[in-house]
Design a protein around this ligand. Structure first.
Ligand code: FMN
Length: 162
């Protein structure tokens, strides 16, 4: 079972969750870089929220080929009750590879302050295909999410029988 954990993270919460998932599943691990500067505090936050809610694409970089995997886990922070522009772009760019007969299975995970995860997962599936499992971690659980991550990984292993 070849597994890839790929994610975008602005302030490292999603990265923390992605690392734990990758460790548990023995997966390859790759961060998607958004080439637009998202680090500026207030202005960056406003522009990020606007770009997410208007479903803007962005310029991203990543190296790993999703079609080489049996399972791809895709992680995003929730921005404006939806996925980040980086993950929207990743799904657009990879659609041909992740949809179709021999394409990998998908699982989604997100981090959020409090709400928007379900809408985010629905939209991610609309841009790709149904995931086999979803995981949400809220910000105040980040430092204590090992059990949730473990449960998520176990559910995946059970579904895919490995
Ligand atoms: C521009 C922006 C918009 C956000 N919108 C939401 C939201 O709609 N719902 C929510 O629960 N959290 C929202 N958040 C909070 C993030 O989803 C949350 O802090 C997440 O853990 C950040 O992940 P990261 O550290 O991987 O970037 C938003 C954060 C930013 C920067």
């Amino acid at each position: 079972m070849k597994i890839l954990v790929t994610y975008y993270s602005r302030s490292a919460n999603t990265k923390t969750v992605a690392q734990k998932i990758a460790k548990n599943l023995g997966a390859d691990f790759e961060e998607i870089i958004d080439k637009k500067n998202r680090t500026r505090k207030i202005v960056g936050w406003i522009i990020a929220g606007r770009d997410a809610s208007t479903k803007k694409l962005t310029e991203i970089s990543y190296k790993k080929d999703s079609s080489k995997y049996d399972l791809v886990l895709i992680g995003t922070p929730v921005w404006a009750w939806t996925m980040t522009p980086a993950i929207r772009t990743y799904l657009f760019e990879n659609k041909a590879k992740i949809v179709g007969k021999k394409s990998p299975k998908l699982a989604f995970f997100c981090t959020q302050g409090g709400s928007g995860d379900q809408k985010t997962f629905i939209e991610m599936a609309q841009l790709s295909k149904k995931s086999i499992c979803n995981l949400t971690i809220i910000d105040k659980q980040i430092s204590d999410c090992d059990n949730s991550v473990f449960g998520f990984c176990e559910a995946i292993k059970k579904k895919l029988k490995f």
